[in-house]
Design a protein around this ligand. Structure first.
Ligand code: DC
Length: 203
């Protein structure tokens, strides 16, 4: 089965999705890494983002390998985040990556995090979560992770939110039937327990 976890950057998706996967013994998939990889290749090599997406050679695990190169840390750099958000507005990139994700999800049990998993990639997922947190809380978490100041993150975050929510193709939206969870001031453990409970109810 597929557990889809969508929501804006900094809502806590990665920590939550990883912990839910561990608790359930499901495989974790971070779909954002694919957009980041396409962003990185487009920045580095130029050319059409859609071609990079269609030919993407990526291994996703504790480390992320693109064309055999370990790019785990590089993918988190601010320029790569910006490039990822940009290539994510391209419908050919989105359909190529969604196809790759559907292929993976066809077999086994998964916890997948992204922006369009419940709406586009796996609308039939029995458990769909829309994770949110206040903009200030999201910026605080990102700033702590990146070691930068909150105001800069808050500004970049507002730009990226507008891009993710405003794009014509698969904008960030809560999927029909999704459960909305606000993680502001809630412990990771409580959020994880809530989702694990929903999965048990659904299975
Ligand atoms: O979750 P993240 O920050 O690693 O995602 C990087 C970018 O990719 C972000 O701008 C949103 C985009 N993205 C997307 O459009 N659809 C997804 N399923 C996952 C990420």
């Amino acid at each position: 089965m597929v557990v889809a976890i969508d929501g804006p950057a900094g809502a806590g998706k990665s920590s939550v999705a990883r912990a839910v996967a561990r608790a359930l013994g499901f495989t974790y998939l971070n779909s954002g890494s694919m957009y980041r990889a396409v962003g990185l290749l487009t920045l580095r090599d130029g050319g059409a983002a859609s071609e990079h997406a269609e030919k993407l050679d990526i291994e996703l695990g504790d480390r992320v390998l693109v064309n055999g190169e370990d790019v785990t840390e590089t993918l988190r750099e601010p320029e790569v985040s910006e490039a990822a958000s940009r290539v994510a507005t391209n419908d050919r990139v989105r359909s190529a990556l969604a196809d790759k994700q559907r292929e993976l999800l066809g077999d086994g049990d998964w916890v997948v995090e992204g922006r369009d998993i419940g709406t586009v990639v796996a609308p039939g997922a029995p458990v769909k979560i829309f994770l949110t947190a206040s903009p200030e809380e999201r910026a605080r978490r990102r700033a702590a992770e990146l070691g930068t100041d909150v105001d800069t993150v808050l500004r970049d975050q507002a730009l990226r939110d507008a891009q993710d929510e405003g794009r014509a193709h698969s904008p960030l939206r809560m999927a029909p039937g999704a459960v909305s969870l606000d993680t502001t001031g809630v412990t990771l453990d409580d959020v994880v327990q809530r989702i694990v409970g929903l999965v048990h109810e659904a299975s």
